[in-house]
Write a protein that binds this ligand. Sequence first.
Ligand code: SF4
Length: 698
Amino acid sequence: AVQEFDKVVDSVCPFCGVGCQTKVAVKDNRIVQVDGRDGYANENRLCVKGRFGFDYAMSPERLTRPLIRRDDAPKTGDLDMRGVDPLTIFREATWEEAMARAAGGLKSILDRDGGQALAGFGSAKGSNEEAYLFQKLVRQGFDTNNVDHCTRLCHASSVAALMEGVGSGAVSAPFNDAMKADCIVVIGARPTTNHPVAATYFKQAAKRGKKLIVIDPRGQDLMRHATHSLRFRAGSDVAMLNAMINVIIEEKLYDEQYIQANVAGFEALREKVKDFTPEAMAEVCGIPAEMLRDVARTYATAERSIIFWGMGISQHTHGTDNSRCLIALALITGHIGRPGTGLHPLRGQNNVQGASDAGLIPMYYPDYKSVENVDIRASYENFWGQTLDPKRGLTVVEIIDAIHDGEIKGMYVMGENPAMSDPDQIHARDALAKLEHLVVQDIFLTETAWHADVVLPASAHAEKLGTFTNTNRQVQIGRPALDLPGDARQDWELIVELAQRLGLDWNYGHVSEVYTEMASVMPSLKHISWERVEREESVIYPADGPDVPGNEIIFTTSFPTEDGRGLIVPADLLPPDEVPDEEYPLVLTTGRLLEHWHTGAMTRRAGVLDAIEPQGIAAMNPREIGRRGLRQGDMIAVETRRGTVEAILRADREVADGMVFMPFCFNESPANRLTNPMLDPFGKIPEFKYCAARIATL
Ligand code: SF4
């Protein structure tokens, strides 16, 4: 009962991009219960993470004092601090000493080598205000555009294709619009695992008789609700999608009127897909030609069709091409710009949409304004009162490579964990160890913080006030439920103090002032004031007036491209970068589990969640396990050309023959030690979903 609590705070879930609204009940400065609210995105629903994953914020492992690395502490890429007393590597420091050391190290590199020797990784877990301040600090204080965050590792290729094709990286319709659609395509996404509350809308739509087409090389729970389930051959996305486009064009199922009025590039697409007949592609993608035809017809002829996709599409060296195919499907059929239609890349972290919108990416200022555009840069130079770096900055994996090349020497990392999330982990950790000066601001001593020179204890989601933008473009307010532990401080205040210590004249009295400055440079937030978000709890952008609800559907009349038309860019068939061979005969693919979120920094410290999924696993099909004379529960070594990881073997019928699946959240079995860092040339996203591997028994 409510009266048993000291307070109940209305907030939002700290985990996935669905952005469920929550009621957080607090007793004695401890969260004791989390319930769903009747929010637009969740209608009282929560998944296991949102409901039971709150106690990480009260973990005894929280950082509560600033730390400075001891002079004699080892600094190597293979440093493993599991079970090690942190005070053997670091010593506690006062805030004055820690901030002076943090800022001083960055400043001396800046003065000696210039801004290109510095970089920053911000966080999609932080608020919009923190993301805005972080990118401003890097651009203004570090004098470089070398600023990025985990969007590079999840939907960078989707955003690259969307910017090119429809002029905006945001979703065209909310996921709730699945309820208005006649046909729902879910491809390369596992929403019951990664966006569980969004998945409830897909299931409800299927229950009401809507067509649900689920396309994934691995089997998945949502297929139990689907009218069509396609388990295609991993890496053959373009072959399969071009075959569907071929059917739509050859059978004249496209919307000629819509194309005439709104689309460029159709003839080039027609020419490109001529040879991608379903019969020719069936062998390549492992789906019978008749099924490809059926799915293409179902999608094209439905009155309203909508496409959702995830990292199975984006995390490939041909990730941008995969998204281009999905955009082409929507554009040639006119399934965009109307309720129940559209393109929706399901965003992963709770604020990856907002952090990207706020400019936490190396090529764009807030609202995707190019740093290379002279006029736009001049406007920011005028606003911030100094000259700015004219070149686009380096992306996440490029920054790691630049550290190895000796070009980047100092970094500021806030709330990101590249030591777990980056591909080819040994290479990434070696880079962190090689830095002359690394400042890490976080709530735990993460695997990245192990390598830091200075560690700044910061605020958990449940301790901060700020706005967060979910996958639907809903700007929502998160409110503090807990006091900060020990000497920990608010992230936004730490960014501001670092800026001041670098000589910038920054003065913000309240986080709302940061929002107001940010909104003043972001047309997308026009008519969405701080007060409005506070009052309404959730506002979809763009909104046409201060009292007018935001637009759920965009691209209703035109696209925000130069000529107002959507552009089709035909995709070529390219193989994954590293295919199986005699030495490494299996395909390794990585992903997430329902109970653990991303690198596990939070959920592995959440008691209930870690109790449900307590240890590092590698999953294979039972047939494959039997063929090799293995048994579920065996400890195996998974090996690729980049390393070896030990994990417990799990039998899983959803994993295809010839494939190994590993989640990347377990630091005792770190999957990214094995993954291929090769990048998609457009979105600069690594190929997490496919590399050659083998297994050995231990
Ligand atoms: Fe949180 Fe996502 Fe689960 Fe909702 S679906 S409770 S936002 S993790």
